[in-house]
Design a protein around this ligand. Structure first.
Ligand code: IPM
Ligand code: MN
Length: 369
């Protein structure tokens, strides 16, 4: 008997719908191969939702997301609403959804694919074998603290605010993952300056007593930003606050070769959401050139979360085969670029075990024998 799941599909803005279409092909292929039954419901979020309803997170989208076993999200952000002084902005949709679903732990794995290390601007020997995961706190900190301006608009402030419980729950999640990996955990903060960081250290130090096998160490965020490039192999599990995690995960994408390769999982007590780390890349929208790997790998993370490990492994194997056979989109290999939809078709075929006759976009379209 196959497994049933209800999945909310939020394609969002820019390249979101294009990468989501490939994510859906992957979902369908897994459904067919393993005999599962996935019901999908699509809803609007971000700029497109503002266009249609005036609200970046319409009530219906929230309801569909709250009802689902998992949410898949494409990307959010639109040049039309890029002016940061606007009252209603696409990003509010994503932040509101994360908060409403209680998605406090954002998990961003980073690894250097052997086939891609030559493409990185970082010296190959530094990144070969790098494989770590960032645990970013997602529903607190400076993203959600009090903010504002004074009356004559000569002052502005944001507040980095954390409750002990907000730190504890993500710390437990990170320690549990560390137990299944190299048993090392690096807490990244700015405890030499910020009180909230000293609070993180104190709290995480306390929790570490429950995980005596895990070696906990601390790095200041400025130093961590440098170490990530100098010696990424030293990292295994990184635990950090919302803003620091946002910045470090974009930086870490240079190690993987492209932001188009990084998936993420956002987990709460009862709900979960899976989305690529990359943004909406409006310049690439509608051109069928985006890299859908991050979206497809986010689908794999969903299966891991459901404990459907064989399904997740099947997707990872398909992506690895793509890399080995140089099936890559233009961000990774402009010489023999495959289109976004071709990449999705090839992943689908690999999952279903069909034979491939690979021809890149530049040669003519590929065909399945
Ligand atoms: C991310 C994005 C978001 C964030 C934006 C779009 C609000 O950069 O998911 O990393 O800052 O969290
Ligand atoms: Mn970001």
């Amino acid at each position: 008997m196959g497994i049933q799941k209800n999945i909310a599909i939020l394609p969002g803005d820019g390249i979101g719908p294009e990468v989501m279409a490939q994510g859906l092909k992957t979902l369908k292929a897994i459904e067919d191969k393993f005999g599962h039954n996935f019901k999908t419901k699509e809803a609007m979020i971000g700029g497109i939702a503002i266009d249609k309803t005036g609200n970046p997170l319409p009530e219906e989208t929230l309801e569909i997301s709250l009802d689902a076993d998992a949410v898949l999200l494409g990307a959010i952000g639109s040049p039309k609403y890029a002016d940061p002084t606007l009252k209603v902005r696409p990003e509010q949709g994503l932040l509101g959804l994360r908060k409403a679903l209680g998605l406090y732990a954002n998990i961003r794995p980073v690894k250097a694919y052997d086939k891609l290390i030559g493409l990185s601007p970082i010296k190959n020997e530094r990144i070969q074998g790098a494989d770590f995961v960032i645990y970013r706190e997602l529903t607190g900190g400076i993203y959600f603290g009090e903010s504002g301006r004074n009356k004559d608009n000569s002052e502005a402030f944001d507040t980095m605010f954390y409750k002990k419980n907000e730190i504890k729950r993500i710390a437990h999640a990170a320690f549990k993952t560390a137990m299944n990996r190299r048993k090392e955990l690096c807490l990244v903060d700015k405890a030499n300056v910020l009180e909230s960081s000293r609070f993180w250290r104190e709290t995480v130090d306390e929790i570490s007593k429950e995980y005596p096998q895990v070696e906990l160490y601390h790095l200041y965020v400025d130093n961590a930003a440098m170490q990530l490039i100098l010696n990424p192999k030293r990292f295994d599990v990184i635990l950090t606050a919302n803003l620091f995690g946002d910045i470090l995960s974009d930086e870490a994408s240079v190690i993987a070769g492209s932001l188009g390769l990084l998936p993420s999982a956002s987990i709460g007590k009862r709900r979960c959401l899976f989305e690529p780390v990359h943004g909406s890349f409006p310049e690439g929208a509608g051109k069928d050139i985006a890299n859908p790997a991050a979206m497809i790998l986010s689908v794999a993370m969903m299966f891991e979360h459901f404990d459907m490990l064989q399904e997740a492994r099947t997707i990872h194997a398909a992506i690895e085969t793509c890399m080995e056979k140089s099936v890559m989109t233009t961000d990774l290999n402009p010489e023999v670029a495959y289109s976004c939809s071709q990449f999705g078709d090839i992943v689908e075929s690999l999952i279903l075990g069909e034979e491939l006759n690979l021809k890149s976009l530049k040669e003519s379209s590929y065909s399945i024998i």
